[in-house]
Write a protein that binds this ligand. Structure first.
Ligand SMILES: NC(=O)c1ccc[n+]([C@@H]2O[C@H](COP(=O)([O-])OP(=O)(O)OC[C@H]3O[C@@H](n4cnc5c(N)ncnc54)[C@H](O)[C@@H]3O)[C@@H](O)[C@H]2O)c1
Ligand SMILES: C[N+](C)(C)CCCC=O
Length: 503
């Protein structure tokens, strides 16, 4: 069942990926048409891990047909039966936690410590939605003369999931768990940069007993994604990725009047007031900027610090940032691994150069980093960066960098900082640190963001909805409300008397 030959589990540069990464009809599929191969890299070493076999129209069609056939069986199963299979999936994920996490590290570059937490989040999400699978209920409405109506919450059909590269396994679970809990099937396309772990989820679902074709993986780039969005048998598209791609997805889905979930990018504010617990505020700022090498959609990359505490804040944040251990992401002690690709690393370093040109001051980091271990020399590492002296008009403050770069800004009043925090087209997340509870809730009420934090940052329990305001997205993932985004409501009116015809 395993996709990889684990020659060692201790360090990078050794894992082999040999088995096909496409999956439908309950098994891995070796494509006969293998044109358009794309190299897939191990970010920690720069080594080519395998070649991506992109799916064309014929294969997309096969996967969708497989999903259609599974949907017919799955939708008829009782919620309890669906829940049982999902709980078994969660149990198998827990059992394989370590090898899934290692695959994620090898293809994504994040630290093993973080990858384990991502696998846990995927498992918890499947467990959570297993609980909701038994609760697909409607409403009973009394009407005059003993007549009544009721509503049924029904699945949509074949849902497409399209994922980003920063949380490959977690994204596949956050999309598939609510979809299948509601009785849908799914065709999932991972990012071509990180295609390796989604197929493990497909295998585990199959092993747990879902019908063949319930969760399928098609690999590919934007061509494959486009084919999926336009496919006439697809009922919904759930997308995680950048704002520009999200707009294209919405446009394509609109042609078939298909609902979308869009989990897009952000440029989120984190506001630190002078009465904060400084130690916690600094920890929060690091969590808001450096998880997953800074490649996190919800990151609070605009850190607004109340002027009276700026010096202490900067001293402490820089001290802790410099102490972050960078290196082989498979080692236990590593806290920051490699960025996802060479072009992405160059882009992030380019943002630091641009920030300097525009007048920001680099307090630490922002440089390429070469680990001492020779096998890591071609990996995509950089030192985490804190920028001071930032102003609202700078590129580093306006654009999503998606790397380990924290921009620190200063503020004097609550009114001023709220106006500046909201001065962005995006609205994924926001955070506030203060000991004043009235202020905390007042500030949150006035922040234009879908996922907010008081005295913490970037924690996403699966029981609560996650998603954005403004250009950061449509719909939510996780939490009870997500059932509404993967189902549709049927109203049934029942006449108990005679038909009172006007004709
Ligand atoms: N809000 C969230 O929950 C969330 C989570 C993770 C990442 N993100 C965002 O994702 C972005 C980084 O990820 P990325 O670089 O993989 O994003 P991206 O938009 O480049 O790609 C995302 C996915 O879309 C596919 N795709 C690209 N063009 C397409 C097209 N025309 N039609 C169909 N599919 C297409 C890609 O192959 C990939 O699978 C960041 O902006 C980040 O903030 C958001
Ligand atoms: C779990 N995190 C760290 C909040 C990430 C959510 C997904 C966004 O990229």
């Amino acid at each position: 069942i395993c996709v990889v030959d684990m020659m060692t589990s201790a360090s990078s540069g050794t894992m082999q990926i040999k088995d096909p990464l496409n999956f439908w009809g309950g098994r891995r599929v070796e494509l006969s048409d293998v044109t358009g191969l794309e190299p897939v890299y191990e970010p920690a070493t720069g080594r080519v891990l395998c070649q991506l076999q992109p799916c064309k129209a014929a294969q997309v069609d096969e996967a969708v047909r497989s999903a259609c056939s599974a949907f017919s069986a799955w939708r008829k199963m009782a919620g309890m039966e669906r829940a049982r299979v999902m709980l078994e999936t969660a149990r198998l994920i827990e059992k394989r936690r370590e090898d899934i996490a290692e695959v994620e590290v090898v293809n994504n570059g994040k630290s093993i410590t973080e990858a384990r937490l991502d696998v846990d989040s995927a498992r918890l999400c499947i467990e959570y939605f297993a609980g909701l699978a038994t609760n697909m209920s409607g409403q009973h409405v009394q009407l005059p003369g003993g007549s009544f109506a009721y509503t049924r919450r029904e699945p949509l059909g074949v849902c497409v999931g399209i994922g980003a590269w920063n949380y490959p396994f977690q994204i596949a679970a956050w999309k598939s768990a609510p979809a299948i809990a509601c009785g849908n099937s799914m065709v999932f396309k991972p990012s071509p940069v990180t295609p390796v772990s989604a197929v493990l989820l497909a295998e585990i679902y199959a092993q747990a007993g879902v019908p063949e074709g319930l969760f399928n993986v098609v690999q590919g780039t934007q061509e494959t994604g486009t084919l999926l969005c336009h496919h006439p048998s697809v009922a919904k598209v759930s997308f995680t990725g950048s704002v520009p791609t999200g707009k294209k997805i919405m446009e394509m889905a609109s042609k078939g009047v298909k609902p979308v979930t869009l989990e897009l990018g952000g440029k989120s504010p984190l506001i630190i007031f002078e009465d904060s617990d400084l130690e916690n505020a600094v920890r929060g700022a690091l969590m808001a900027n450096f998880l997953s090498q800074g490649q996190v959609c919800s990151n609070g990359t605009r850190v607004f610090v109340h002027r009276p505490i700026l010096p202490q804040f900067l001293t402490e944040v820089v001290r802790r940032t410099k102490a972050i251990q960078i290196g082989d992401p498979l080692l236990e002690e590593t806290r920051m691994g490699a960025l996802v690709s060479r072009p992405h690393l160059d882009k992030v370093l380019g943002y630091v150069e641009q920030a300097k040109k525009e007048g920001a001051r680099v307090l630490c980091g922002g440089e390429p980093f070469t680990p001492a271990d020779p096998k890591l020399r071609n990996g995509y590492y950089m030192t985490p960066c804190v920028l001071d002296n930032c102003t609202d008009d700078m590129t580093c403050v306006r654009e999503e960098i998606f790397g380990p770069v924290m921009s620190v800004l200063t503020f004097d009043t609550e009114v001023d900082v709220l106006q500046r925090a909201n001065d962005t087209t995006m609205g994924l997340a926001a955070g506030v640190f203060t000991k004043d509870i009235q202020r905390a809730h007042r500030v949150i009420e006035n922040l234009q963001a879908g996922s907010c934090f008081i005295n913490n940052y970037n924690i996403t329990p699966v029981e609560v909805p996650f998603g954005g305001y403004k250009a950061s997205g449509i719909g939510r993932e996780n939490g009870q409300v997500t059932v509404e985004f993967y189902s549709q409501l049927k109203t049934v009116v029942v006449e108990m008397g005679d038909v009172d015809s006007l004709f």
